[in-house]
Ligand binder design. Sequence first.
Ligand code: ATP
Length: 236
Amino acid sequence: MTAPALELRDVRAAYGRIEVVHGVDVVVPRSSVFALLGPNGAGKSTLLKVAGCQMEPTSGCVHIAGVHVNGASPEALARHGVCTVPEGRGVFANLTVTENLRMMTYRNNLRPKDVEERAFARFPRLGERRSQLAGTLSGGEQQMLAMARAVTTEPALLLLDEISMGLAPRIVAELYDLVGQLAAEGIAILLVEQFARTAMAVADFAAVMAQGRIECVGEPADVADAVSGAYFGEVA
Ligand code: ATP
């Protein structure tokens, strides 16, 4: 049996002495989308940081494709094929679209030309704006750039934090189409999202998190009621 792309086992995480994730299990199979939903402050972003080794759990284990990676460096994690698109996108506003894409080539030993070709084939709109400063792109285009950068590293596991943040529903739908395509191409995706309905439309699995615990997990249809409850009826 192949190991899942990501497995979090009984993970606890804290800021200083305050524990905000209280023993969480998550399994993301390969080539699947797992949506982590729930209200503000539930601990979703913290869990994503633990999965991406940006934060060490106080206890519990992080396994990437069956390998225990607690405490791994970002470089080691990149070698395991993990790539994070952080909340706020993390693009360099004062660099052009092309320069932002090239940043990924230094760390991953890729040829700039290959990276650009791949990115512009998938995102023609970025190709049209290749010489434009990233800070002058629309919010949706900046999110595309952040995702294009991540995809060029050919990750096995993509961690996406609130890709819909501040974007119009039409753009969010476009980005989620892409999320579905990436999973179909074999990438496992763990995403945190406030737009529950949009995320559930492409998710294979979803979990509702509240107050540092997973309240409910399953296929989207199985957790729909719990999602409505978590958002007090506000399922976006
Ligand atoms: P949101 O959607 O609002 O980001 P979330 O579910 O992603 O919510 P987290 O950001 O993981 O939740 O936050 C969980 C808890 O940890 C919250 O109570 C938050 O205030 C706290 N927290 C988050 N980041 C820090 C930090 N850097 N230092 C201290 N406490 C933090």
